[in-house]
Design a protein around this ligand. Structure first.
Ligand SMILES: [Zn+2]
Length: 442
């Protein structure tokens, strides 16, 4: 399918393909709605600095448009949209700007969310491509076409956890060093590290899997396994480095945890290690190691540190059989990195091929909220209300939720608010379930 057709289908919404012939990109006599192309895709413009939108952006019925004019021309039962909704959606859904502005990267090689156009133009917290879809359907209805709106509600809830570490102290040497530090600074729980090495499942603050599986199961029980998935991403590296724990070298323990998760009906995905995200020849070895312990093919991925840096990284995933990626959120600010609350097939901006890799928009990673260098939200209540605001946008457009909470952050020993916040958010989802109209359509 070509990229323009895919984008128009995406805007029309799931189940609305039958209306495709009524929309055209460029003049067409029989179309009901015509979207006027801007110069975005033209040679000499596409993939150059010239193609980047200028702030302030103009608005069409409240929605910021990136290209074209915010004008509608109606004549003879036909609507002409002078805003280039196709190019605007393409820009956002493909992370186009991150490909053109390759010189903008943070210390980990990632594109910073605060540099993104949606953040700078003030709409990162809105799934604006879903708003374009609403506009397109509204103009079709103005022409007498009875196209339905998607049912509001949460289409899928992904409760995801990146397993960056399974235990804090892997041996007595490390535990003793930590005991000495605690004694020196008179910190609480002085002997905890030693107890944790002896029995990590009971005492290690990072081993929170029983708590997580129990909480997540409550949501899954209510929404059903087809609409709620607890999903754990595992790293396959065996070497410890500054950014990777390398727990896979302890094969027996890692396998035990995988078995525990399988027994609790959780899904498992691949977490590309920091080193492998730099050295692109590593992912095949890493995923093989995890699959050997898990006993099944792995098709879901998220990169450690959210370090999916360039389009080339997605090509690596496609080559190792990944079908679904969950990396697409910014570490420094939460919101809709892909401009949508719905999963979208990755379109490679270099050749505009619509690939089979589904990108799932990450709603929020817990540490984005409170870390000073990220959003720096100090109060749990403020973080809760911020996330609920994102959830209400997802609900409105029938999108999906992707939460990322790391296992150590929900430890009782962690001084932050993430354990409590996670519980409140899950309770919110449980309360929402009763008024979720998607259920009636299923
Ligand atoms: Zn990670």
């Amino acid at each position: 399918m070509d990229h323009v057709e895919y984008i128009i289908r995406f805007l029309l919404g799931e189940g609305n393909d039958v209306f495709l012939p009524m929309v055209s990109y460029g003049p067409q006599e029989n179309a009901k709605v015509i979207i006027e192309p801007s110069s975005f895709f033209e040679d000499g413009v596409y993939m150059t600095e010239k193609s980047l939108p200028k702030i302030p952006l103009q608005k069409l019925e409240g929605a910021e448009i990136l290209y074209g004019e915010p004008r509608i021309i109606e004549s003879d039962g036909q609507v002409r949209i002078c805003a280039d909704l196709v190019a605007s959606a393409f820009f956002l859904l493909t992370r186009y700007e991150e490909c053109v502005r390759r010189d903008i990267r943070d210390e980990h090689g990632r594109f910073p969310g605060k540099e993104s156009l949606p953040y700078r133009a003030g709409f990162l917290h809105r799934p604006i491509v879903d708003e374009y879809g609403m506009l397109l359907r509204r103009y079709l209805r103005q022409c007498g076409v009875e196209i339905p709106e998607p049912a509001p509600g949460y289409r899928h809830i992904w409760l995801t956890h990146d397993v960056d570490t399974i235990w804090n102290w892997s041996n007595y040497y490390r535990a003793l060093r930590e005991v000495a530090r605690r004694v020196l600074f008179n910190l609480p729980d002085k002997t905890l590290p030693l107890k944790a090495v002896r029995n990590y499942k009971q005492f290690d603050p990072s081993y929170t899997f029983p708590w997580l599986t129990e909480k997540d199961a409550q949501v899954r029980q209510l929404y059903g396994a087809e609409r709620c998935t607890p999903l754990y991403f595992f790293m396959g590296c065996t070497k410890e480095s500054d950014h990777d724990d390398g727990y896979m070298r302890k094969t027996k323990r890692t396998k035990e945890l995988l078995r525990y998760l399988r027994d609790n009906d959780c899904a498992v995905g691949y977490h590309v290690s920091y080193q492998a995200s730099i050295k692109r020849t590593e992912p095949p070895c890493e995923i093989d190691r995890i699959e050997a312990l898990w006993g099944k093919k792995i098709t879901h991925n998220r990169n450690h540190y959210l370090a999916s840096r360039e389009p080339e990284d997605f090509r690596v995933l496609l080559n190792i059989g990944i079908t679904d990626d969950f990396t697409m959120g910014y570490a420094d600010v939460a919101g809709f990195r892909l401009g949508t609350s719905r999963p979208v097939n990755w379109i490679d901006p270099a050749n505009r091929n619509v690939t089979n890799l589904r990108l799932h928009p990450m709603t929020v990673m817990e540490c984005t909220l409170d870390r000073k260098i990220y959003m720096g939200i100090q109060k749990e209540d403020d973080a809760y209300h911020f996330v609920c605001e994102l959830l209400s946008r997802i609900y409105e457009h029938g999108g999906e939720i992707v939460f990322l909470w790391h296992n150590p952050s929900v430890s009782e020993k962690d001084p932050g608010y993430h354990r409590s916040l996670y519980q409140r958010l899950l309770r919110h989802l449980i309360e929402c379930h009763d008024r979720c109209p998607i259920d009636e359509t299923n």
